[in-house]
Design a protein around this ligand. Structure first.
Ligand SMILES: Cc1cc2nc3c(=O)[nH]c(=O)nc-3n(C[C@H](O)[C@H](O)[C@H](O)COP(=O)(O)O)c2cc1C
Length: 228
């Protein structure tokens, strides 16, 4: 299954099998991570650990993400690890973003983790299995890119974004309201990066080439213009 197809079947996995992954399987994940595309100018670090190095969470393994504290760096982690989330699920693994779980070892550059591992729980089979806002709540147009973006995961399922299609560009703007305003940290910045990955994969699926990604605005006014 392609990464684009996986957008329509993925789920946050919270039940895992106990069978440990062998060294070859773990090194395949590490290789994918090493080659994972990051946003221009960004260089987040990722580390795979077992659950003995974590507090909280249900997954037997996790990818820990480390970076500097700029807003672009947070968006980049969302963008990069969402590609990994889709890849893991396309390979039959379960995965789940987790803001609650954390590594036992403190590091000021630690940002978030993506739990993963073997699972027997099946993927979703239809878009109707997703609990999401309607297209018109998240986009000014109903098209294939907006439909893929709408299914992106987000912290507490807030879906804090709005897409505006205009003049060969789509702008992904933060739309942080309600409980989102009191969430700890800047989780919506990951969410913006996550939806950006779905937008990019959908544009590619439509035969378009993404020619530029530029981040503007700050805080809850962050927006990313995607040219294609
Ligand atoms: C940045 C981020 C942090 C998240 N943190 C948690 C978490 O701590 N615990 C959890 O169970 N799910 C967490 N989630 C998963 C979301 O709750 C989930 O993506 C959302 O409810 C939509 O469900 P779905 O991914 O199954 O489509 C997180 C998701 C994101 C994107």
């Amino acid at each position: 299954m392609s990464l684009y197809e996986t957008i329509f079947t993925r789920r946050s996995m919270r039940q895992y099998d106990e069978t440990p992954l062998d060294a070859a399987a773990l090194s395949e994940v590490q290789n994918y991570l090493d080659g994972a595309k990051q946003l221009p100018g960004q260089s987040a670090r990722f580390e795979i650990v077992g659950k003995d190095k974590l507090k909280g969470g249900s997954a037997p393994y996790a990818i820990l993400a480390y970076t500097d504290d700029s807003e672009e760096a947070w968006v980049n982690i969302g963008y990069t690890l969402q590609g990994v989330d889709l890849w893991l699920q396309s390979r039959g693994y379960g995965s789940v973003w987790s803001g609650m779980a954390a590594p036992l070892e403190k590091d000021p550059e630690y940002r978030i983790l993506l739990g993963f591992g073997p699972t027997s729980v099946p993927l979703r089979t239809s878009e109707n299995d997703f609990k999401r806002k309607t297209i018109t709540e998240v986009s000014n147009e109903d098209n294939a890119v907006a439909r893929a973006a709408r299914l992106a995961p987000s912290a507490v399922n807030l879906q804090p974004w709005f897409l505006t299609f205009r003049d060969g560009k789509v702008e992904v703007r933060a739309n942080v309201r309600g409980i989102g305003r009191v969430l700890p940290g800047r989780l919506w910045l990951f969410d913006i990066g996550i939806v950006l990955k779905h937008v990019e994969l959908a544009l590619m699926h439509e035969g378009k080439t993404v020619t530029g990604l530029s981040i503007k605005g700050t805080g809850k006014n962050v927006a990313v213009a995607v040219s294609y």
